[in-house]
Write a protein that binds this ligand. Structure first.
Ligand SMILES: [Zn+2]
Length: 211
């Protein structure tokens, strides 16, 4: 069976498995647990607009998760079915044709499973970069990043985290001009990716800054 779930769906399922672990440690009432299992299963299946019996079988075993160990095994078994964030340094560089001196972090040693977007700060160009794939299209954003020295709501994952202002520079309508639009996003892209359980907010952010 081929990979059939996106990184955000994988993260969503991981959170559902965690819900079951917490539920089992908090409640002993079989009716409560039964309801929780049904709710979790329904929300996991609902992620996919089309689903084969084989895929369903893989997902359905979530209802057997009743402790952390079982959750870990379940999650591990899902991993072959997660579409990896596959890109290369030349591909990333192509997204930023003007940034000649851009340094792309080494992708070989990065754990890209569960990654919806890649982001890094390049001290050489003094810019933050963000690369993602939405609707089968690769998108690259670049801009300034100023950490806010307190927590705030991240525009990409909607969680309360350490954030900073990411001001994306886009070419203006008049040649040689730029527009800057942005929002607060997580300082740590790895943490952010773990919170991304839907691509809606990432898509909205991109739509807004690319206007
Ligand atoms: Zn975030």
């Amino acid at each position: 069976m081929e990979a059939f779930m996106r990184a955000d769906q994988y993260q969503f399922i991981k959170k559902q498995a965690k819900k079951l672990v917490n539920g089992h440690s908090a409640a002993n009432d079989p009716a409560v647990l039964k309801a929780l299992k049904a709710m979790v299963l329904e929300s996991v299946i609902a992620l996919f607009s089309t689903i084969s019996d084989e895929q369903k079988l893989v997902l359905e075993s979530i209802i057997d998760v009743n402790d952390q160990e079982k959750a870990d095994i379940y999650i591990e078994n899902l991993q072959p079915y997660v579409t990896p964030f596959q890109t290369t340094e030349p591909m990333v560089k192509k997204l930023f044709p003007k940034a000649k001196k851009i340094k792309v972090p080494s992708l070989d040693h990065m754990d890209l499973l569960g990654t919806s977007y890649l982001s890094w700060f390049d001290p050489g160009t003094n810019k933050k970069y963000l690369v993602t794939k939405l609707d089968d299209q690769w998108i690259g954003l670049q801009g300034s990043f100023r950490p806010l020295n307190k927590k705030g709501i991240c525009a990409l994952c909607h969680q309360y985290e350490d954030v900073g202002m990411f001001l994306v520079e886009e070419k203006g309508k008049v040649q040689g001009t730029f527009t800057k639009r942005g929002n607060y996003i997580c300082r740590d892209a790895e943490v952010c990716n773990q919170h991304i359980v839907t691509l809606d907010h990432l898509g909205e952010f991109i739509d807004r800054v690319k206007k």
